[in-house]
Design a protein around this ligand. Sequence first.
Ligand code: PHE
Length: 464
Amino acid sequence: MRKETSIHGQWSSKLAFVLAATGSAVGLGNIWRFPYITGENGGGAFVLVYLMCILLIGLPVMIGEILLGRRGRQSPINTMTSLSHEEGLSRAWSLIGWLGVAAAFMILSFYSVIAGWSLSYVFRTAGGVFTGLDVDGVRGVFEGLVSDPERLLAWHTVFMVMNVLVVARGVRSGLEQAVKFLMPALLGLLLVLVIYAVSIGHFAEGMRFLFAPDFGKINGEVVLMAMGQAFFTLSLGMGAIMIYGSYLSSRASIMRTSATVVSADTLVAVLAGVAIFPIVFASGLQPDEGPGLIFVTLPMAFSGMPGGVIFGTLFFILLVMAAWTSSISLMEPAVAWLVENRDMERVKASVLVGLVAWILGIGTVLSFNLWSSPIGFHLDLGGEEPVFIGGTIFSMMDYLTSNVLLPLGGLFIALFVGWRMTRRSVQDELGVGMGLLFQGWYLVLRFLAPVGILLVFLNAVNLI
Ligand code: PHE
């Protein structure tokens, strides 16, 4: 008999799962990372590759990852161990779970610091700090914040405690309720920003940057960044979506719910881009401002619009909440594993995971001030110039997780579901026959997604 539920609980309904998974997907990745990475990678062509990765790799892998979670009904590590046992395969597949946990700690560590910036911006905006400031003034406020390690550490601590509080109670209580009103509110405020962006006169320029592809700006590295962003924004490849799938009722349609989550996530990212780039150009900023991009452009917008203090404060509150519903999904796989394998109480496990990620996060706190000079070395890969491998602790963790670990996790998931599980198990879990939709997905998951990920990897290191 298959397990109908996980020991950690179950979503109250299919809608609850969609909301929770959307809560995990929609976060800083959409509103903070998408615009800044797009800005650094030249705009339109990057966005096009990103959208292709979402559709051809992200969506099919998400279906596979949820399917594994729901079939295993345990933490990703144990799910992979028991599914490989069930299918008569090597235990080594549990590596997917271990890699995921390693990636989760790294992501959580910097995610919490950036969420801390957002928290501090709630108070700055509400206090009217940005009112009447010009670009230099607004940038000064941002630089004042990130150059102060103590303040960054304090906000990072507050945010991590917020996470531990929710995860300790179990993701179900509270989370479902929160996401239900959060998503519509976030969409509403993004629309306010879009309307403002249309009204300030640089809208066309912004749209051209975002949507007119300049293929001259594409290279292996840009494609890798686009694929990494697709994995990051969909919370894929590290077990977050897998464990949320393990709390999903056996009757829900995995294909349909995945499509909903992916669409919602993409909509939020694109809207964020549409709102932000006109503001970038109208303020005389450069798109490649880096991780501070939205923390400079958004206050500019709010300081220029009527009711800006209220809209701005609300916006940053929603951003913090969106980050919150994402970061709890980063903690969940490791916490569930501690509960299952170490017999730890949920509360203790949450505190432990939060503490480890908090300590790691100090590296990111210092990356913007005391340790801001990049560390690393030059490597000759046969390109025109030797490439620099390294950066700040923040940039290395960000790069390693999004561009390497998550796609690697996704590759293994695609291989496991597409090639190692029997087709019967896969169909049984999805609850579908040999319809066209299944065949199309299966084909993409077996061939296109893994080959695509591999090609992007090889291309990025100049091997092809
Ligand atoms: N998808 C989240 C975001 O876009 C980040 C995340 C990545 C969450 C990986 C969980 C797992 O903000």
